[in-house]
Design a binder for this molecule. Structure first.
Ligand SMILES: Nc1ncnc2c1ncn2[C@@H]1O[C@H](COP(=O)(O)OP(=O)(O)O)[C@@H](O)[C@H]1O
Ligand SMILES: O=P(O)(O)OC[C@H]1O[C@](O)(COP(=O)(O)O)[C@@H](O)[C@@H]1O
Length: 301
């Protein structure tokens, strides 16, 4: 079974505003609301690709209820822990020529709720996959991902981490199966700017040297570089298409990679599956559907 953890789920309020201006009233020309947060997005796209998963994490307030209701509506298995105070965040994603995002910090997670998460994680079995993705709520220690990986050590669970900064850096020595920084996030770890696939490979290799088994560096419209545990460096352009909304493109790529790897047990095909899922999300409204990904796979492979 695949489990995804979203410490900080969200409702993504995606709006289009014409000529956005600060300091005055702007009105939307289009608005949509989706359940979000990186782990949740991975579970949605996995479901769209025919792979079941269970979403773990923390929810609070009426926003938390709505996130769960929407996931259940999509027949996604949920096993969230409720926080007694505060509410799950609403993240604003605005398109006005360029994309602007304002992500909330989320409710405080208490020690009781954390213990309940560890109880659930203790039930994971050999062969399961655990995806840890996204930011953590304010006040939570930055070693939390590392602690989770530490408790799973030796259990033969495949772990995937899509996080930034210290959250990512701290897990590397626990040998995650896959980490997926984008090129900005990878650059930020080393205080450099990464614009080319060559540089992405150079710095991606440093994550492998620090312990990651496979490193997938996504580069938006430019595609991605995959460094595999068997020593391959695979570079591939993204399938073409016009950007509509890149929210969740990276999460879709993680889902596509996992689905492709499960299907073919081949890194090159998994990379292509990931790219097609990422691009299908970026080039359409909402997250990629199975049909959109299949269409891209069939056209370009
Ligand atoms: N503008 C775009 N056009 C086509 N594909 C895109 C675009 N932006 C993202 N993608 C696809 O989604 C993948 C992940 O996007 P990226 O922006 O790098 O991730 P993240 O959302 O984590 O920042 C890319 O590798 C690519 O396949
Ligand atoms: O947990 P974070 O880093 O604040 O990110 C949460 C946001 O990221 C998303 O999961 C989208 O992620 P990506 O665009 O990086 O794939 C949104 O659904 C959500 O609002």
């Amino acid at each position: 079974m695949i489990y995804t953890i979203t410490f900080n789920p969200s409702l993504d309020y995606c709006i289009v505003v014409k000529d956005f201006k600060t300091g005055t009233i702007n009105r939307t020309v289009r608005e949509q609301i989706y359940p979000g947060g990186k782990g949740i997005n991975v579970s949605i796209v996995l479901k769209n690709l025919g792979m079941p998963s269970t979403t773990l994490g923390f929810l609070g307030g009426f926003t938390g209820d709505e996130i769960e209701r929407r996931l259940k509506e999509q027949k996604i298995r949920t096993d969230f822990i409720r926080v007694p105070e505060g509410m799950s965040r609403i993240n604003v994603k605005m398109r006005s020529g360029v994309e602007t995002e304002i992500n909330g910090s989320g409710p405080v997670i208490g020690t009781d709720e954390m213990s309940r998460l560890y109880e659930k994680l203790a039930l994971l079995k050999e062969g399961d996959t655990l995806v840890l993705a996204g930011s953590i709520p304010a006040g939570m220690p930055e070693n939390v991902y590392q602690e989770i990986l530490r408790t799973l050590e030796g259990k033969k669970i495949r772990t995937v981490v899509d996080a930034t900064g210290a959250l990512l850096r701290n897990v590397l020595s626990y040998h995650p199966f896959l980490v997926k920084p984008n090129h900005h996030e990878l650059g930020a770890l080393f205080d450099v700017k990464i614009d080319t696939k060559k540089d992405a490979a150079v710095y991606g290799e440093k994550l492998q040297q620090a312990g990651a088994r496979n490193v997938l560096v996504s580069m938006g419209a430019k595609g991605a570089v995959l460094l595999t545990e068997d020593g391959q460096i695979l570079e591939k352009d993204a399938p073409g298409g016009t950007l509509v909304n890149s929210v969740g493109a990276g999460d879709s790529m993680v889902a596509g990679f996992l689905a492709g790897y499960e299907k073919y047990k081949d890194y090159e095909k998994a990379l292509w599956y990931g790219l097609c899922a990422g691009s299908a999300s970026a080039c359409g409204e909402g997250l990629a559907t199975g049909a959109q990904v299949e269409k891209m796979l069939a056209e370009k492979i």
